[in-house]
Design a protein around this ligand. Sequence first.
Ligand SMILES: *Cc1c(COP(=O)(O)O)cnc(C)c1O
Length: 399
Amino acid sequence: MTPSRSPMAEGIDWTLECLACGSTSTAEGLPTVCSCGQPWLVRYPKRRPGIMQRAEVRRRHGMWRFREFLPLRPFEEPVSLGEGDTPLIRLRRTATRLGVPHLWLKDEGINPTGSFKARGLSAAITRATAAGMRRFTLPTAGNAGVAASAYAARAGAEVKVFAPDTTPRTILSQIEAFGGELVLSRGHIGDCGKASRAWAAESGAFDLSTLREPYRIEGKKTLGLELALQLAWKMPDVILYPTGGGTGLIGMWKAFLELKEHGWVEGDLPRFYSVQSTGCAPIVRAFEAGADHAEEWNDPWTVASGLRVPGPLGDRLMLRALRETNGGAVAVEDGVLTEAAVTVSREEGVDVSPEGGAALAALEWLVGRGLVDRGETIVVFNTGAGWLYRQPGELRAER
Ligand SMILES: *Cc1c(COP(=O)(O)O)cnc(C)c1O
C-alpha cells in the first residue's frame, strides 16, 4: 500500500529548504520557521514552469499571472484584490538631473492598500486560509498591517495588528478601515513582534510576521518576476530597494535565480543596493563591517516607518543577496530622503513615499561616487504611496 497523504496536502508539489542549516521539509499544514530558527524558503519541482508558459504569462493579469512560480495548487483560487501589475515608469526629468539616462521607477504605491505589502499578504493569507486558519496576528511598521487587514477581510478572517504608536495616522486609520483590530505599542516593530507572538501563543492566532512563515516572501518575489516581464525578459543592471525586513530584496533575488533556472532570463543578476535611514541602518552597518549577520540597532527612528526594523530575521539572507550580486548598502538621512521624495513627486508626478525617497536619494549618492554607470539600466522602487504618510490638512480656498 502506498502511504496516503492528507487531503490538505493534495496538490502541494513544493517543499521547504533552510539555507542556514540545510534542512528540508514538506510544506503540509501551516509551516513557520526551520527548527534552527531561520526562515524556510520554498522550492518548486524542477519541471514546473516550462518556457512555453512565458508567452502565456503575458496574457494573464496581476501577480498571480506567475502562478507556476507561486505556492498555489492546481484549480485553487488565491485570496486576491488585484495586486501586482504596477507601472514601471521612465523617469525622464529625474534622469536628466542625475545624469543617468536609463532610469525607471517601479511604483508599488499603485497596489491595493497602497504598498507592495499587498503581494506578500495575498500569498500568505491564501496559503493559511487554504490550511483552514481564520485568525491572524502580526507586528507591523504600518503598511503590512493595512494589507493584512484588507486580505483578512477578503478571506473572511480576523487579524490583530500590533503597531508602534508613532505609525503615521493615515496608515493606522486604514488598518481600522479594513476591520483590523489595532493594538498600539510604545516601542518599535521588534517590541510589537514580542506582543504579537505572545498573543499568538495565547489565542492560537497564526503569526504572519515577515519570514516567520514562508509565503509572504513568495508573494514579494513577484516584484522581480514582474520587473523581468516589463523589461522584455531582461534584468536591469542596478536595483535600489528601501529595506526594512528584507523580503523585497530576498524575494527579488530568489525571483531572478528561479527565472534563470528556467531559462526565462539570462546573464548576471542586477547589483542589489539596500537603502536604509541613518536612524536605523543595521544592514548597512553589517555590510560595511563585512559581517554575515546584523546586530540589532539601538533606539531606531526614521520618518520612513517601513524602514524602522532594528533586528530583521532575514539579515543573513539579505547580506548574502547584496554580496552575491556585487551590490551594496547605503544609509540616507531623514531630511535628505524626505526632500528627495518631494523633489521627484513634483518633478515626475509620482506619489513618492519617504521609503521611495530614500532609494532616490541613495541613487544620487551612488552616481556622485561613480558607483553606477551612465549606460546602465537602473530601477528604483517606490515601495508605497506617499499619501499614506500625509495627514489631511487645512487647504486655503481660492476666491
Ligand atoms: C515594509 C516596507 C518597506 C521595507 O520592505 P522589506 O521588503 O520588508 O524590506 C519599505 N517601504 C515600505 C513603504 C514598506 O511598507
